[in-house]
Design a protein around this ligand. Sequence first.
Ligand SMILES: Cc1cc2nc3c(=O)[nH]c(=O)nc-3n(C[C@H](O)[C@H](O)[C@H](O)COP(=O)(O)OP(=O)(O)OC[C@H]3O[C@@H](n4cnc5c(N)ncnc54)[C@H](O)[C@@H]3O)c2cc1C
Length: 497
Amino acid sequence: MAQNKEKVVIVGGGIAGLSAGIYALMAGFDAEVYEKNAIPGGECMGWSRNGYHIDNCIHWLTGTDQNTGLWKVWKDVGAIDENTEYADTAKFYSSRVGDTELTLWKDLDRTEKELVEKCPEDEAEIRKFIQYVRYAETCQIPSIKPMDMMGVKDYIEMGKAMADMPKVMKEYGRISCRELGMRFKSPVLRKMMSDYLPGEYTAYSFLVSYATMTSGNGNIPMKGSLAMTLRIADRFRKLGGVLHTSVSVKEIIIRNKKAEGIKLEDSTEVSADHVISAVDTDFLYGRLIDRKYMPSDLAKAYEKRKEYPITTGFQVAYAIDDSFSGEDTIFFDCEPLKVGARSFSRLSVKNYAYDKSFAPEGKAVLQANLLQTDEDYLFWESLSPEEYKAKKAELAGEITKRIVTEFPELEGRIELLDAWTPLTYNRYCNAYHGSYMGFVTTVGNKQMRFKGVVKGVSDLYVAGQWIMSPGGLPIAVISGKFAVQRILKKQGRSIDI
Ligand SMILES: Cc1cc2nc3c(=O)[nH]c(=O)nc-3n(C[C@H](O)[C@H](O)[C@H](O)COP(=O)(O)OP(=O)(O)OC[C@H]3O[C@@H](n4cnc5c(N)ncnc54)[C@H](O)[C@@H]3O)c2cc1C
């Protein structure tokens, strides 16, 4: 007689939850995912407006190089494979000040040539920056097993593969992006270095981000974020997983120090042999289980709001003609604009013309994202529903004006599609202060990394981007795999899945 399989119940159907579900099935468990929204994917998302598709996640997907361990994880979960088509974009982004425009190309030699030609006064610092981006190309996210399960051999191999990374950490690990900018004399280079990531981020995060692109390990899959999410959900279902959508989980049931299942919003109880939480950790510790279970490092980070900032955004999407010449992402100066609690004198637009599936023929989607953090979230939260609506519309109008001032060719040819705020992420994903990444890695703070187990409770595991700074899709996807490996390890089984 066939033996009943053990059941893993997963709370949250974002990338981490779906990954946990897939690896649980691959390891021979039954798996059910409970997702509060009608569509899985959480923050890896896109939606339609007036015949346009607003793609709202992947600016780069780390792990598109087939020689990396992360590529195998993305393949396991059905996100990408050998035949995946990627966006044919040549640039990381451009920065403009006055008439001078510089570009960080995917081709690092081209960047070096352009930067040295246009800013000869910074030649030595540019050449050093380029050299260190090359070193940073060796950076890899450990994806075979959790680091605490690695043996000496694993560490030696990792050390060999990332031999040049310590140099990057030594030179750029203790300065912020803003300080990196100050090393240059050219006004454009100064601004460029803290255009993409906020000024307080560590400079090495910026180098690693750019290096991910230049090494070919950070491409953008065509058809965007939602299509990738749906491929992963499809893989989960095909392996036999059950995906419950539009079902909110109210509580994780803990009895006798053991997770026994979950309670849904309508108070239905679902039993489980193992529970994996793949929701935001602020929501897990406090709403689904008692706050007392929160690891102390994480609790401290939530208390120290200045030291551990979060990343969210006020975003606007437009329909434009695809003949618009400002291609890809470009940053430029603008008349100061207060958004949330802070004022901006630089703005960026990203042109999505590279993917024709996002817009009707002859058209494209253009997006602006003004980065927001904790105090901005509190500003948005303080508004009444009427004030909130009015503020969104007012700011969208102000941003449109500034875009048209910079790109007069868009006058009369730019149509607002949608605007959303940090509150949107909180409402849609239960994301802490609307954060769509983990805590920001700054020069002063400690990188967040915790095991994904809950001290004092057996059979409860934690996945999701918050288990390791700075979050993002790679951490989300590996955290799902790691949670299942922890179950296997506890059962004395092989963790090779
Ligand atoms: C604008 C933007 C750009 C980004 N760009 C990039 C990028 O270029 N590269 C990159 O790597 N990352 C990027 N990210 C970050 C990336 O999207 C996230 O790091 C990742 O999707 C987080 O996945 P997760 O599964 O950990 O969390 P989430 O996506 O938050 O998933 C949690 C899920 O749990 C569900 N949930 C919450 N509460 C409950 C409940 N009570 N019951 C049931 N379900 C519940 C939520 O609805 C959600 O689906 C970007 C994000 C945004 C928004």
